[in-house]
Write a protein that binds this ligand. Structure first.
Ligand SMILES: [Fe+2]
Length: 68
């Protein structure tokens, strides 16, 4: 997942840095694919690591409390 997030960050930075619209379009399309890969690994993680599921829920609750 870290590698996928790093890839997203790299391709987004590259897209922001180029003035070539074709390159920008392809990089941002690849970004979308990498986000799908994050979703695939996250789905596996949440199937296998119940502690992570609980901690994600706690984090969500903390944010919602703070933002109320
Ligand atoms: Fe990927």
């Amino acid at each position: 997942m870290i590698a996928e997030l790093d890839a997203i960050s790299l391709y987004e930075q590259m897209a922001a840095a180029t003035d070539n619209e074709n390159i920008k379009i392809i990089l941002l399309d690849v970004v979308k694919e990498e986000k799908t890969h994050v979703g695939e690994f996250q789905t596996l993680l949440l199937k296998e690591d119940k502690q992570q599921v609980e901690e994600l829920e706690k984090g969500k609750e903390e944010v919602e409390e703070i933002l109320e």
